[in-house]
Design a protein around this ligand. Sequence first.
Ligand SMILES: Nc1nc2c(ncn2[C@@H]2O[C@H](COP(=O)(O)OP(=O)(O)O)[C@@H](O)[C@H]2O)c(=O)[nH]1
Ligand SMILES: [Mg+2]
Length: 301
Amino acid sequence: MGFFDKLKEKLTKTRQAFVEKVEQIFTGRKIDEAALEDLEETLIMSDVGTKAASEIMSGLREKIKKGEATDVENVKELLKKEMINLLGSPVPLVISNSKPFVILAIGVNGVGKTTTIGKLASRFRSQGLSVLLAAGDTFRAAAIEQLEIWAKRADTQFVKHQQGSDPAAVAFDAIIAAKSRNIDVVIIDTAGRLHTKSNLMEELKKVKRSIQKAMPEAPQETLLVVDATTGQNALRQAEYFKEAVDVTGIALTKLDGTAKGGIIFAINRNLGIPVKLIGVGEGIEDLRDFVPEEFVEALFS
Ligand SMILES: Nc1nc2c(ncn2[C@@H]2O[C@H](COP(=O)(O)OP(=O)(O)O)[C@@H](O)[C@H]2O)c(=O)[nH]1
Ligand SMILES: [Mg+2]
């Protein structure tokens, strides 16, 4: 199966919840205001969010007024264009030549941080870069082991401390080690499970300060991982993290097997932080650059 077909397959549930509904709304029906209102409701129900939905609809209404849509296929085509427009140009995660390039991965427990780190590490390795993973989620021994397994699988270096130790110290040591070993990329895992949100944010700030002690220009990327299956909750989490740390990119995971893929529009429209990566499965290859046109095409085709 080709790259695009695989993406299509992974997005099946979102397509069913959304594009198939659009077809139902417009098939054998006049394209009038009532139909457009049904469409807007479908957009909102698919987690696209009110803001993004109303922007998509206003663009669409204009074109329909001009008589550009006469049947369901036209409407779909116009809708597709509006959606691609709204998402804007792709913003890939680019490794600059400041060395080591430090990526700090943050996000609440269970969203897929460690898995995303493993997939990313494997991608960088296949590009010929050397990688060091840092076990900054020191809460549970299992979390450290999980990252270590990914490090082995992706053939990277690995820095850990004991369970319960200070994550800021792990991050610091990892960067110092990477500098002395001339490593290209460091990816730092973190915990997402402190008792209160403010504790978690304080800890992340401390980790960041510690990273900057080891390397003032780091982290060059602060990647917030959010889980698409949580829908609007993902958006709220992102808003919270954004206030506490400088998030430079989002990885949206678990787009496979959820009907809530529309959340990507709300995240893109409401946060001002680019979605750089999408997760579409648990395997090592199931991480992709987020390319709006490709994503929307896969939804509609
Ligand atoms: N289906 C699917 N599962 C994922 C994806 N990313 C992560 N997971 C799964 O989500 C669960 C939690 O992932 P983990 O990386 O441990 O989350 P963390 O607590 O944020 O580090 C694991 O079972 C992963 O295999 C994805 O893109 N798709
Ligand atoms: Mg983890």
